[in-house]
Design a binder for this molecule. Structure first.
Ligand SMILES: C[C@@H](O)[C@H](NC(=O)OP(=O)(O)OC[C@H]1O[C@@H](n2cnc3c(N)ncnc32)[C@H](O)[C@@H]1O)C(=O)O
Ligand SMILES: Nc1ncnc2c1ncn2[C@@H]1O[C@H](COP(=O)(O)OP(=O)(O)OP(=O)(O)O)[C@@H](O)[C@H]1O
Ligand SMILES: [Fe+2]
Length: 543
């Protein structure tokens, strides 16, 4: 980066009216913010926009004043080289006010305008502060929750919430119990005195869903379960889900770096779980300081500077805001490196560390032993429930799939209480090491077969398919379940699709081949629903 670049950033996607100045040379970030606090209920888009209307000019003025005071540039020159603003995602009425302010300021100062994706900014601030090369990023914010990893010039979405964002889910629960917005910090506080109760736990590959757990939490409250216990268990459950999918993303991509972003990242329990998971698998973890986790213009200015130096600026006529701006829509102009993926982390000869299990391989004897390990980051009761349930399911569905004509390993022994399986050794390598149209077509056909039989795999990634010279096998059915919902079948395909995008150099022909294979035995309407799942904007407004 050019060493004397200075950028003014503006953020106002939902609740934080914020302006910042980033100075590349000193790496200093000055942030001035003014938060919108709803009088009752959640964020009202119109009220939030009124707040932006009043507060943005003031925070921008403070930032400009700071920029002028701290520069040696002549008074008739702009104290910054560019104006960066959050173009989306966010609440439309708020974004438009920020967009207008940013355009006007860029024109007055006669400097270029930079349009920043808010979610990518949540990620890049962690990468910037940690110095990590190519981390997986968990964005845990109010309106969103994603797992992102860089590949083929984009931040690919490896997994995300299928319904509301993580913070909004928590805020909805606290509204139900009559607490004021935002609910996250209040839940964290109340959780200190709570005890564990079981709540639904929903992950699908690297995707996850909060709606079931939230309904259960509200119901528990109405049934008289102490609110501290619900808060404690909400944290234990939701954050375990986020930690689990993060671990799966590390395992799938071969990355050993994780960064956290977003307002929910201020929660100490979430950070503790992620740190513990990373320590256990020998990965590095970084959580930015709180002022960079919650919405702030500092992260907009820092990414804005990288984009400005890459020449990634916007003409005024192209600077429209986008309330549904997805992180994977952003061409990443400020990085040219590709991640160095270490496929297949062989820890010891003959053992593979998966996301859940330690797998001992004995190809000569044709045998594999799989043990779902204790995850110390999660509550012991939850840990035991998941390990036993999944071992049982894996045993049952692996056999059921074979009866349906899908190649799977033959089971020789199951011990659910020990979370241990003994299986036949199958294939020569994982699918991600032999991604061809023919092999993924097989996988597509296999998924169609089990769907037709009324169940899903639950985690069909390129690591959970084994390829041999004659056959392609499905393995690791632990997240599978019986269902007759088209939506669940489409989700299964979506999970596979996301893993192709996350691991293949040229995913387009492979994605096409999956669909062809699927149609050989499966139903067209599942593919139609898949298109629907993919097109769904998940930026649910919190009102
Ligand atoms: C699009 C953009 O406007 C949106 N921003 C946003 O959601 O604000 P953010 O600052 O990233 O996150 C706010 C959320 O973070 C939660 N939160 C704050 N402190 C928390 C804590 N200690 N524990 C749990 N949640 C917390 C709040 O309850 C609230 O839901 C987003 O990034 O999704
Ligand atoms: N039956 C088998 N035959 C050959 N290799 C296997 C078999 N089972 C597992 N493996 C190898 O071990 C790796 C991890 O196994 P598995 O996916 O079952 O564990 P996991 O911890 O559930 O992993 P993840 O959650 O990351 O998918 C597989 O990617 C594969 O390389
Ligand atoms: Fe945010």
């Amino acid at each position: 980066m050019s060493s004397d670049t200075r950028v003014l950033g503006i953020e106002g996607t939902a609740w934080a009216a914020s302006a910042a100045v980033y100075d590349v040379e000193s790496d200093d970030v000055f942030i001035e913010s003014d938060a919108y606090q709803p009088e009752s209920g959640g964020i009202h888009p119109r009220e939030a926009a009124e707040h932006m209307h009043e507060a943005i000019p003031q925070v921008v003025e403070s930032a400009l004043e700071y920029a002028r005071e701290t520069t040696e540039r002549p008074a008739n020159e702009s104290p910054v080289d560019a104006v960066a603003f959050a173009r989306g995602p966010g609440l439309g009425p708020c974004l438009r006010i920020v967009g207008t302010a940013a355009r006007a300021l860029a024109q007055t100062l006669e400097v270029p305008l930079v349009g920043v994706n808010h979610m990518v900014a949540h990620l890049e601030i962690g990468r910037h502060a940690s110095g990590f090369d190519s981390p997986v990023c968990l964005n845990a914010s109010g309106a969103n929750a994603h797992l992102l990893a860089y590949r083929n010039g984009r931040y690919q979405v490896l997994g995300e919430t299928m319904d509301t964002g993580v913070g909004n889910s928590i805020d909805k629960f606290t509204r139900h119990v009559g607490w004021s917005h935002p609910g996250g910090p209040k839940v964290e506080d109340a959780a200190k005195d709570g005890e564990y109760v079981d709540l639904p736990y929903v992950v699908k590959g690297m995707d996850f869903s909060f709606s079931g757990i939230m309904s259960a939490a509200k119901q528990a409250y109405d049934d008289g379960v102490p609110v501290e216990d619900i808060c404690y268990s909400l944290q234990e459950t939701i954050f375990s889900m986020l930690t689990e999918v993060s671990e799966r993303a590390l395992s799938l991509t071969g990355s050993d770096e994780l960064v956290l972003g977003g307002g929910v990242g201020q929660n100490a329990r979430l950070r503790e779980m992620l740190a513990e998971m990373c320590a256990q698998r020998g990965a590095d973890f970084h959580a930015p300081e709180p002022r960079f986790l919650r919405d702030n213009a500092g992260m907009i200015a820092v990414l804005g500077a990288k984009m400005y130096d890459a020449g990634d600026t916007l003409a005024l006529e192209d600077s429209r805001v986008d309330p549904n701006f997805r992180p994977d829509q952003v061409p990443v102009t400020w990085r040219t490196d590709e991640p160095d993926l270490t496929l297949g982390r062989e820890e010891r000869p003959g053992t593979v560390q998966g996301a859940e299990a330690l797998v001992t391989l004995d190809p000569d004897a044709g045998r594999v032993t799989k043990r779902r390990q204790v995850k110390s980051y999660r509550h012991p009761q939850l840990d035991e429930r998941l390990r036993t349930e999944r071992t049982r399911l894996e045993a049952r569905l692996t056999s059921l799939a074979r009866q349906e004509g899908v190649p799977t390993p033959v089971l020789s022994d199951v011990d659910a209480t020990e979370a241990r399986l003994e299986l036949e050794y199958v294939g020569e390598c994982d699918l991600r090491e032999r991604l061809t149209p023919a092999t993924v077509r097989d996988a597509g056909r296999h998924l169609a077969r089990i769907h037709t039989a009324g169940f899903v795999h639950g985690d069909p990634t390129t690591r959970n398919v084994r390829v041999g010279s004659e056959r392609t096998y499905l393995i690791d059915f632990g997240l599978g379940y019986h269902t007759d919902h088209v939506e669940d079948y489409a989700m299964d395909l979506h999970v596979f699709d996301q893993s192709l995008v996350g691991t293949a150099d040229d995913p387009a022909p492979l994605r096409e081949a999956v669909r062809e294979g699927y149609l050989e035995v499966g139903e067209e309407r599942v593919l139609e629903r898949l298109a629907d799942v993919e097109g769904r904007g998940r930026y649910v407004e919190d009102s």
